[in-house]
Ligand binder design. Structure first.
Ligand SMILES: *[C@@H]1O[C@H](CO)[C@@H](O)[C@H](O)[C@H]1NC(C)=O
Ligand SMILES: *[C@@H]1O[C@H](CO)[C@@H](O)[C@H](O)[C@H]1NC(C)=O
Ligand SMILES: *[C@@H]1O[C@H](CO)[C@@H](O)[C@H](O)[C@H]1NC(C)=O
Ligand SMILES: *[C@@H]1O[C@H](CO)[C@@H](O)[C@H](O)[C@H]1NC(C)=O
Length: 496
């Protein structure tokens, strides 16, 4: 209701004046209104899905993040996925570090719950050799889900380590090193051990469909070992697995074909274009990176921008909702063009990811004081500024403003599409119908809300801390299939 009223108000105003500049201004202010209204809805939407107090997830154990409260109709997401939970916590921890201290008990409950989950024997295996850590989802009462599933999935441990390290670094900065050693390090050590031991084996991708090598997984694994090494050192520990980071970075280069990221190798009969790749750039984003580094696929890198164009273009012709949205205009984005799940629709989190990569890139250009257009990224920029040519444009110049202004308008366009297909109460499902734009699949997807909050945080220049891309260990000249057998300990956190 509140949404409807505000939107009506702002659509009344523009009839008075009608210049193109005014329309742009009006669109922007409607978008601002949407964002300000949706932020608390998304934040509450996340909290509603976390046990024990989340009001849509009765029965969920304290700190357990439920993927969606939808329990059967049209399908059942009433489980906790290690990946979705970690990505959600990365967002909540960011909010906590930004000043929302009310989130701390929930973060601690999440960590305690992860310690319990790591110990649960499950169809992927057990903790003793690490194999059980690759289990993708559990019942919300911390028991194993024993039905058949696409398992293992090897991104979960890496993502969980990233979330725990962010909170652990905060505790270290508060002089609470021993709390980190007792309650956080054992969980992180297990997850890093898992990455070091299993990174070079195939597993199911983040969409749980393809048993292959997955770009998103490899990127998350690389980052976890880079951050893990620094974290271990700060605690006075060794991380043997972390020495493999350069090998994983070497493997990450395999996914690049010259113009795009091939998200799964082998491709399973698809083109390889998949929002998997754009999501990965949101996590390889380093807010302190002095370059638009191609090897780590930074959001502003020529590679990531070329890939962004090819991916977004792949959805223009196939969705009815994209009719009239031609190259250079934002479009609704799904997982991959060949998708048939629920009929193959655009996803809120995918469309938001397309925006977020560009907000990250804008942050990087601003920080570097220049934007470079190369042969590889020219097609991306050409769609937005028709007469752009390769070269470096420095901040303060007209062309820099023109190019970055066009990228910002383009990025905002993706959020406007989400606005257009968000119902009046602000609730975000998983998908919206490819032809009508009506919400489909499960309701209140936790990841949809987290994706909204991170995208609009980046839009406002609110970025995560650096993770050390500026000074990584050198990449080997030849990739190797090395792995390190892990050390696994039983995590038993003491009270916080
Ligand atoms: C945990 O949840 C599962 C799935 O809902 C249920 O089958 C099982 O009985 C529960 N176990 C316990 C110990 O409550
Ligand atoms: C294992 O590593 C080698 C060397 O980087 C690479 O060629 C191969 O694709 C990797 N396989 C998997 C499943 O990660
Ligand atoms: C890379 O892969 C994409 C998707 O399959 C394809 O459209 C593109 O032409 C490929 N680029 C090169 C240089 O082969
Ligand atoms: C494109 O052409 C216009 C009109 O000549 C000019 O003002 C603008 O600076 C050019 N932009 C770029 C990026 O070259």
């Amino acid at each position: 209701m509140m949404f409807k009223a505000l939107l009506t108000l702002s659509t009344v105003v523009p009839a008075v004046v009608a210049s193109p500049a005014f329309h742009l201004h009006q669109k922007r202010s409607e978008l601002e209104t949407f964002i300000q209204n949706e932020k608390p809805v998304a934040h509450q939407g996340i909290l509603n899905n976390i046990g024990a107090d989340g009001k849509l997830v009765p029965g969920a154990y304290p700190g357990i993040v439920v993927a969606s409260p939808t329990n059967g109709d049209p399908t059942n997401y009433f489980y906790t996925w290690t990946r979705d939970a970690a990505l959600t916590l990365l967002d909540l921890i960011h909010d906590f570090l930004g000043g929302d201290s009310s989130l701390e008990p929930l973060i601690q409950q999440y960590i305690t719950a992860q310690a319990k989950l790591q110990r649960v024997p499950n169809p992927s295996g057990t903790l003793s050799d690490g194999s059980g850590l690759g289990e993708p989802k559990f019942n919300v009462n911390i028991t194993a889900f024993t039905g058949s599933w696409g398992r293992p999935q090897r991104d979960g441990p890496a993502l969980r380590a990233l979330a725990l390290i962010d909170y652990g670094n905060y505790l270290i900065s508060q002089g609470k090193q021993s709390k980190v050693q007792d309650n956080i390090w054992p969980i992180v050590q297990n997850d890093l051990s898992y990455v070091g031991q299993y990174w070079n084996q195939t597993g199911f991708d983040l969409w749980e469909e393809v048993d292959a090598s997955s770009f998103f997984t490899t990127a998350a694994q690389y980052k976890s070992l880079i951050q893990g090494r620094v974290f271990a050192t700060a605690l006075g520990y060794q991380c043997e697995a972390c020495a493999l980071a350069p090998q994983i970075l070497c493997h990450l280069q395999d996914y690049w074909n010259g113009t795009a990221v091939i998200s799964n190798i082998p491709t399973n009969g698809r083109t390889g274009l998949d929002v998997n790749s754009v999501l990965a750039t949101l996590y390889t984003f380093d807010s302190a990176a002095a370059t638009c580094d191609d090897t780590t696929f930074q959001p502003c890198s020529a590679r990531a921008l070329s890939n962004h164009k090819l991916l977004v273009d792949s959805f223009r012709g196939i969705y009815g909702v994209n009719k009239g949205r031609t190259a250079g205009q934002a479009a609704a984005v799904g997982r991959y063009a060949e998708d048939v799940y629920f009929g193959g629709n655009p996803w809120y989190l995918a469309t938001l990811a397309a925006a977020e990569q560009l907000y990250d890139a804008l942050y990087q250009w601003d920080k570097q004081g220049r934007v470079s257009v190369t042969g590889v990224s020219l097609p991306f920029f050409h769609d937005l500024v028709a007469n752009v040519t390769t070269g470096t444009y420095t901040k303060g110049s007209t062309k820099y403003s023109e190019i970055t202004g066009a990228v910002r308008t383009y990025a905002d366009g993706f959020v406007s599409i989400v606005q257009e297909y968000t119902p009046a109460d602000g609730g975000l499902n998983e998908q919206f119908d490819r032809n009508t734009g009506a919400p489909v699949s499960v309701q209140h997807l936790t990841w949809s809300y987290a994706a909204f909050l991170t995208a609009v945080a980046r839009r406002a220049g609110d970025v995560p801390p650096t993770w050390g891309v500026a000074s990584p260990p050198p990449m080997p000249s030849q990739c190797a299939r090395s792995s390190v057998p892990g050390t696994y300990v039983t995590p038993t956190p003491s009270p916080w």
